[in-house]
Design a protein around this ligand. Sequence first.
Ligand code: BGC
Length: 338
Amino acid sequence: MKKTVTALAAGVMLATLSMSAQASDTLIGSCIYKFDDTFMTGVRNNMEKAAADLGAEIELVDSQNRQPAQNDQVDTFITKGVTALIINPVDRSAAGPLVEKAKAENLPIVFVNREPEKSILDGYDKAYYVGARAEESGTIGGQLIVEYFKAHPEADKNGDGVVQYILLKGEQGHQDATLRSEYCVKAMIDGGLKIQAIGEDNANWDKVQGHDKMKNFITSQGIDAIEAVLANNDDMALGAIEALKSEGYNTGKDATKYIPVVGVDATAPALQAIANGQMLGTSLNDAKNQGTAAVRIADVASKGEAVTSESIGYKLTDGKYVWIPYVKVNAENYKDFM
Ligand code: BGC
């Protein structure tokens, strides 16, 4: 009898132990390419929130835009015994060695925002990618400009029937910079606009660089020659708007001094600029759902469970991709995202 009771008590204890262990079973190690990035700060905050909601632990580190530093951080996480990795690579073409490190430990690895080559992901069954299709946001940006010129023919300031535009691109080599640039141009042409690029440069996702590049274009082309500005993200668009404001344009106060500017991300300051009549539009780059999907995959995989659309609550494509859709944002609907 005594023996049975002891065995029972031990059984209960074990059950309690495994239950409490389960609550904190997941320890996610996550490297972000750099903390000082507006959009990735949104993703990061949402990852922390998603982990808290699941009762999972997450540790986030700043790779400070240096791939070698990130490689070392991954080694440290592995030594520490993390149960999954979420990586926002500094250089997406350098993802191969990171996948190898994870594979050697049978550790799930989820990439976010910077997409590794498909062949790299295909080389490991526990490698995943969560992101958004940049073609969509490029297309939305181009369409916003098309709609604007259809509604405002006077925006063709020199009346030549051609839209002279400036393109501010993100970081070279980033799939979002390449595809957004390509697809915004394509959407303007598909929408029936005749277009001419009068300035095009990389401003590396950065507001200050966006401002400085725009200032250079204003100086070289003259403000009157510029009829539209397309930026690969909101920070660069907002930098460009600062440069326009110093010429008395896009202040939100004088409708005759306005050049349509579009971005991507739908950050809080961009939504405010749309509200103020200083910016035409953007597209929602959904930090909340991207961050949440990445954490859910890491958590499910950490527990050794199958990663499926059902288990993570997001549509899983080809067994390893989650694509979060972009949403068009302009003066009509910006309030829905504030
Ligand atoms: C965002 C940018 C961000 C970049 C970081 C892009 O998807 O639109 O704002 O700087 O990702 O990799």
